[in-house]
Design a protein around this ligand. Structure first.
Ligand SMILES: NC(=O)c1ccc[n+]([C@@H]2O[C@H](COP(=O)([O-])OP(=O)(O)OC[C@H]3O[C@@H](n4cnc5c(N)ncnc54)[C@H](O)[C@@H]3O)[C@@H](O)[C@H]2O)c1
Length: 240
């Protein structure tokens, strides 16, 4: 029960990695506000009693007001996981797609900080985790907008960490590699193999693989760790 008594917000909690994070945070004792574009019914069912569901667009200030209203107290933990990731080579990438990518993948992080920092500062404890991607270090075509936004998440977590550390609040990014979710369901076996053959751990990632580092970063155990980018990809992309 590492997260007993905590109130956590997880965005994009309706499926994939976000659903697993929400379910495991709840299993560790947190009350989880599960946010997605539609009410995340399957996740709420998996968690059972105590789960809070909310339909909200995290790219909009109004979405964060809705999430805050649904939260049954001061929010301790925010896991920004929702993402927009259309493949579009730069020659066909249009400005609307670029703007939407930045709105969902980056604006949400800013808006969540504005919404929940006052409460966290008052109680001298808080955790922000931004789900980035190991694609920031890989040669993946057609994703310049997405990679820019995912690099932006790392930058925002680094910068935000400086502004909030005195109040016991930490901010870190988690960088999954390709993971078996609805987002990658269209990949065939050969494409999956091409990914995991570049990893030290020779298998395709499951959403559960990403959960442990998020649990750690949102716990008391990670109190002295902030402004970091944690790569969770079986050893495909190595930094440092
Ligand atoms: N799956 C992968 O291979 C992979 C790899 C690296 C990084 N990631 C990152 O992990 C995170 C989760 O990925 P996933 O594969 O589980 O994605 P997914 O598409 O399966 O789930 C994302 C969820 O976010 C929700 N969402 C999208 N826009 C939203 C908005 N504006 N407001 C609220 N909810 C919104 C969707 O409805 C969906 O339920 C994303 O940030 C993604 O970029 C995924």
């Amino acid at each position: 029960m590492t997260h007993a008594g905590r109130i956590a917000v997880v965005t994009g909690a309706g499926r994939g990695i976000g659903a697993q994070i929400a379910i495991e945070l709840a299993r560790r004792g947190a009350t989880v506000v599960c946010a997605d574009l539609q009410m995340p019914a399957a996740t709420l069912l998996a968690i059972g009693s105590g789960a809070v569901g909310v339909a909200a667009d995290v790219s909009e200030p109004a979405g964060w007001k809705t999430i805050a209203t649904a939260a049954p107290g001061t929010v301790d933990i925010v896991v920004n996981n929702a993402a927009y990731y259309p493949n579009a080579p730069i020659d066909t990438l249009d400005f609307d797609t670029w703007r939407r990518t930045m709105a969902v993948n980056m604006d949400a992080h800013f808006l969540s900080a504005k919404q929940f920092l006052p409460g966290m500062r008052q109680q001298k404890w808080g955790r922000f985790v931004g789900i980035s991607s190991n694609s920031v270090g890989l040669a993946i075509p057609g994703m310049s907008h997405y990679i820019a936004s995912k690099m932006g998440i790392i930058g925002f977590m680094r910068g935000l960490a400086n502004d909030v550390a005195a109040d016991g609040i930490t901010c870190n990014a988690v960088l999954p590699g390709l993971t078996d979710t609805p987002a990658t369901a269209a990949m065939d076996d050969a494409q999956r193999r091409a990914t995991w053959q570049g990893q030290a751990i020779q298998r395709f990632a499951d959403p559960a693989d990403v959960v442990g580092p998020v649990l750690f970063l949102t716990s008391d155990d990670a109190a002295f760790m902030t402004g970091q980018a944690l790569v969770v990809d079986g050893g495909q992309y190595r930094v440092g």
